[in-house]
Ligand binder design. Structure first.
Ligand code: NAP
Length: 306
């Protein structure tokens, strides 16, 4: 019987593990499908406090893991495919293993959608990014493209004009999902050029880093090539919440809904990080919410000793 099982080993899960470990709860962390979460897929992180020269994402997450281990956290590889939250102890099934736990922290994260192009994943950190806040700074005075037509794409396009010399906003339709105010703001920005209705057919990277993109007009079939140093894919995220469908409250996009910090409608089940946050999605906010979840779990266990 575990005191606390933490689902997810990204920034939120590991911070929860550090706090729960220091509270002598011997947390058990189940890694999930992407050990280390989204930080493990980034390169230089310059906005995490405490690192004046920045730190590589994988190194930052490895440090957090070691810090959690130092305080007694245990790790299991595997992906959770079933949970039973109908009674305590809760049951968590990951592959062939079933765990019983007095409390549960869900920090399963979200996965940025990619375009599904050949070689795309290998270009992450080599000109391809899913996070403007993280990587925009590296494209100072360079032309870049943002792909997508939702609020994220508009927000990223506007934000990136602070750094980039030009931003192509590439979207597959002439209509946008984004709110009018966000579209108007991007349209009014002289550095943003709207390229619609175009789809990205290929990212050009003969030397292993982004040099351009080949586009196709979906109405006229016209081909177009743009020269860019970076491609920001902003076509949405998918929260990793499928196993909680019908068990925890979620919004129409599948993001879990927290009440009062990390609490859910089930006493003893707490949530943290990007699985419950489509707005901020930062390493530091994920860490903060992981801390909150661990403190909430500790208080819950204290109040439900038997
Ligand atoms: P979203 O609203 O789901 O928009 C995703 C966009 O990407 C759509 O325009 C979609 O095109 C496009 N897309 C999806 N798959 C694609 C593919 N395979 N190839 C090319 N394009 C593709 O996602 P989001 O913009 O990340 O926003 C998510 C939620 O967060 C929304 O509720 C949004 O309002 C909110 N949000 C709010 C703010 C803010 O208020 N400041 C900022 C960011 C996000 P189609 O339209 O053709 O399907």
């Amino acid at each position: 019987m575990e005191n606390v099982v933490i689902i997810g080993s990204g920034c939120a899960g590991l911070t929860a593990a550090i706090y729960a470990g220091r509270a002598n709860l011997k947390p058990l962390v189940i890694d999930g499908h992407e050990q280390g979460g989204q930080l493990s897929l980034t390169t230089h992180v310059e906005n995490y406090p405490g690192f004046p020269d920045g730190i590589m994402g994988p190194e930052l997450i490895e440090n957090m893991r070691k810090q959690a281990q130092r305080f007694g956290a245990e790790f299991k590889a595997g992906q959770v495919n079933e949970v039973d939250l109908t009674q305590r102890p809760f049951k968590v099934v990951a592959g062939k293993d079933t765990y019983e736990t007095k409390s549960l922290i869900v920090a399963a994260g979200a996965t940025a959608r990619l375009l599904g192009l050949e070689g795309e994943r290998d270009l992450i950190g080599r000109g391809l990014s899913t996070c403007a806040t993280c990587d925009g700074f590296f494209f100072r005075n360079k032309p870049i493209a943002v792909v997508g037509g939702g609020d994220s794409a508009m927000e990223e396009a506007n934000f990136l004009t602070r750094h980039a010399s030009k931003v192509y906003l590439v979207h597959r339709r002439n209509e946008f999902r984004a709110s009018k105010i966000m579209i108007d703001r991007a349209k009014a920005n002289p550095k943003v050029e709207f390229v619609t209705p175009f789809t990205v057919e290929q990212i050009i990277a003969p030397q292993g880093h982004v040099e351009g993109a080949r586009l196709r007009n979906l109405e006229t079939n016209e081909a177009r090539e743009i020269t860019v140093d970076g491609v920001f894919v902003a076509i949405g995220h998918d929260p990793n919440s499928t196993v909680f469908k019908g068990k925890l409250d979620m919004d129409s996009n599948g993001y879990l809904i927290a009440n009062h910090g990390s609490l859910t409608k089930i006493p003893g089940v707490f949530i943290a990080g990007d699985v419950q946050d489509h707005r901020y999605r930062q390493a530091v906010t994920a860490a903060g919410s992981g801390c909150m979840a661990a403190l909430d779990a500790e208080k819950f266990l204290e109040e439900h000793k038997d």
